[in-house]
Design a protein around this ligand. Structure first.
Ligand SMILES: Nc1ncnc2c1ncn2[C@@H]1O[C@@H]2COP(=O)(O)O[C@H]2[C@H]1O
Length: 697
């Protein structure tokens, strides 16, 4: 196997902040785990002991004989102590079986003899030399035995990776091992792998020399690494080759991993943590830049410095404690990873060349653009950018698509305010007839539309059902409608002012339009656009003065996409007037928050109505067997289905605490809902012919 020179870290500056020590060390250092050390010691002892015992036979025969006897009898109990056997069984032909107490006595004799010999050694330095050596040998053998006992005890635990230890309070436990007739004690914290960290078992494999890794271990490592996008993208044979040669490293915040301008020796996969790519040499700018170029778990870097006589083009610094899997230059080149990198650059070039935007660009200029970014892959639903408007990057979609979302605070919309109070008026759940003093069906329908589904036009549906009902009664619908004083209401219905805003007793908050129940202040994610392959995101209105730009934060979520991220500033340095014009002409305007809020309410009303209707039609047929259950007190907000139930806004319910709550920093600033279930009349009131659910009257 080709060995590499030591690289980690290539850049020597130590961070001012204390960084945890590297776990792996060099492969040469790391390649000798505890097991291997013992074997090495055994081997060395063998040589050592060979000489000692030979001479011991000449000069101190009784001692060596005793030692060999005791060792031989113990070897019968422990088959795997082969090294010790070799060490101790020189006089094989003289093996004597001894009872245990005799063995003990022989040990005591041996010790005494050693003590005596030490006294004698004051006079006979040559004897001292041999006896001292002998004592040392015995001590080391004892040490090996103790280590082996521990090793065997731990073997059962080797396969376990305790992610969340149940023993945090009592991290150390022990049990009586019947076979070994001894108590075995474990400190569970030694085996704890915090979530997301590289598993200790995999670390053990990476600490072995490549030639010592078994096929099974390589496959196991390969499986663990499937979580890394950049690794998974390689063909399987290449993945196995990489798993054979890579080693593990962990560095702390501010540690410079590669330094700009230096010769590159390694290629890095990020297993955990975040690194920043900077233009300066010590990486300090990453901690000052509000939008540094960051690479996360699953990313990789360091390939450019490994390509033919390349030097590092940038500095890479750890933003937090970071775990890497490192491939050294020799292994990188031996596995033809450089070809993969070239292919990737060619792919980027091909992609840019295919865009109409860069038709006028020379190859040279396009290659320059190619070097500014890398292809990043995002899986379906993965967040690409929390706010690409405020970001220093723009993104070209090479494959797949992304959705642009906007988080809207509904309480900022006048339509929402109006809608909430319209709904809350119905909270008493009075029957429609009593409420309206026997109105006509047309009036009832109008009322229904206004109060329950104010943004929906269900007239065709209603008409159809009324027509059928009238036909059954032998009257015509048109006659009935003509007698009613009003025609059908307009799409949005008349403005209804809340008559009883104070009748609902619940915590209120002040908005620009008036008071709203606190629970009703919610946010929704609305999709405002889908960006497809070949399109550019994040360069919206870039040529307008900042005051005229739409600076609302927008979120980019992958729908399974590959994209190239470039710094806006670097891109701006390259573009010419023609490109600018093309960019301006393809710009689109995103809808306003108010428009999106109205769309949400419309969709929500339709979804609620659809559910009610389906329930009405299907209930009787699919009625489940009666199972008496304790009625549960419903919460206002269901965090699982993200539904806000305004029907119980005035009821006192215990706030339900979800078992697992994301840390506050990961939560959006608003409580997010997908749907709002507002007070409304029963759908049977709208469709009297469905009074008995599922049966058309
Ligand atoms: N704009 C960029 N985006 C992501 N990674 C980069 C960028 N520029 C440089 N890198 C990585 O940073 C590494 C620095 O060392 P190399 O030049 O060997 O390889 C470089 C790339 O892997």
């Amino acid at each position: 196997m080709i060995r590499s020179e030591r690289e980690l870290p290539e850049a020597e500056p130590r961070p001012p902040e204390a960084a945890p020590p590297s776990v792996g060390g060099s492969r040469e250092e790391a390649a000798a785990p505890a097991v291997v050390d013992l074997a090495d010691v055994d081997a060395q002892l063998h040589n050592l002991d060979g000489g000692a015992t030979e001479r011991g036979f000449e000069e101190q025969e009784p001692e060596s004989k005793l030692a060999s006897e005791s060792a031989a009898s113990e070897d019968e109990e422990e088959e795997e102590d082969e090294e010790e056997e070799q060490l101790m069984q020189e006089p094989k032909g003289h093996e004597i079986k001894m009872p245990t107490h005799q063995k003990m006595m022989s040990w005591i004799n041996l010790k005494n003899l050693t003590k005596i010999s030490r006294r004698q050694n004051v006079n006979h330095w040559s004897k001292l030399k041999h006896l001292g050596l002998y004592q040392l040998t015995m001590d080391i053998i004892m040490m090996i035995r103790v280590c082996k006992m521990f090793r065997q005890g731990l073997r059962g635990f080797r396969e376990y990776q305790i992610i969340e230890t149940a023993h945090r309070k009592h991290p150390i436990f022990s049990f009586w091992d019947k076979k070994k007739q001894g108590r075995i004690t474990f400190d569970t914290l030694d085996f704890v792998a915090e979530e997301g960290h590289f598993p200790p078992r995999a670390i053990q494999i990476t600490q072995k020399k490549p030639s010592w890794r078994t096929e099974h271990e390589i496959q196991a490592l390969c499986n663990v690494l499937q979580v890394l996008d950049s690794y998974r993208n390689y063909e399987e044979p290449l993945q196995l080759l990489l798993a054979k040669v890579m080693r593990f490293e962990r560095f702390g915040r501010r540690r410079v991993i590669v330094k700009k301008g230096q010769r590159g020796n390694s290629f890095y996969f990020i297993y955990l943590g975040t690194v920043a790519v900077t233009e300066d040499e010590d990486g300090s700018s990453a901690f000052l830049d509000p939008h540094p170029t960051l690479l996360y778990k699953g990313g990789c870097f360091g390939e450019m410095g490994l390509l033919s006589a390349g030097v590092r083009r940038a500095t890479v610094v750890c933003m937090e404690e970071t775990e890497f899997l490192v491939v050294d230059r020799e292994d990188f080149l031996a596995n033809k990873l450089d070809d993969e990198i070239q292919k990737e650059s060619q792919y980027r070039f091909g992609f840019f060349r295919s865009l109409d935007l860069f038709k006028s660009w020379s190859d040279e200029k396009l290659w320059h653009l190619v070097t500014l970014g890398k292809v990043e892959k995002f899986s379906h639903g993965q967040l690409v950018s929390k706010d690409f408007v405020d970001s220093s990057f723009l993104m070209f979609i090479c494959k797949g698509s992304c959705e642009i979302l906007r988080l809207i605070n509904l309480a900022n919309s006048p339509s929402y305010y109006k809608w909430i109070w319209q709904c809350l008026e119905l909270i008493d759940d009075r029957p429609l007839r009593a409420h309206l003093k026997e109105p006509s069906p047309a009036q009832r329908f109008k009322e229904f539309r206004i109060k329950s589904y104010p943004l929906q036009d269900f007239s065709p549906l209603k008409l159809l059902h009324l027509q059928k009902a009238c036909e059954q009664q032998g009257t015509s619908l048109s006659e009935k409608l003509e007698t009613s004083e009003n025609s059908f209401p307009k799409m949005l219905g008349p403005k209804i002012k809340s008559k009883y805003p104070q009748s609902i007793k619940c915590p209120m908050v002040n908005t620009k339009f008036g008071e709203l129940p606190k629970e009703a202040v919610v946010g929704v994610y609305m999709k405002i656009h889908t960006v497809e392959q070949g399109e550019l995101v994040g360069f919206h209105q870039a040529f307008l003065p900042e005051s005229q730009r739409d600076m609302r934060p927008l979120i980019l979520v992958s729908q399974g996409a590959e994209l190239i991220r470039l710094r806006k500033q670097k891109f701006c340095e390259l573009i010419d007037d023609e490109t600018k014009e093309k960019l301006t002409s393809t710009e689109i305007e995103y809808p306003s928050d108010e428009d999106m809020c109205q769309r949400f309410l419309k969709e929500n009303s339709w979804n609620v109505f659809r559910k009610d209707l389906v329930r009405l039609l299907m209930e009787s047929r699919q009625r489940p067997p009666f199972i008496p259950t304790q009625p549960k007190k419903k919460g206002i907000y269901n965090p699982k289905s993200l539904i806000l139930d305004l029907c119980s806004v005035h009821k006192k319910v215990k706030p339900s605490r979800p078992m697992f709550l994301a840390p506050q920093k990961f939560l959006p600033p608003l409580r997010i809902v997908q749907a709002i279930s507002a007070p409304r009349y029963k759908i049977q009131e709208l469709l009297p012919q469905y009074k008995n659910a599922g049966v058309l009257v």
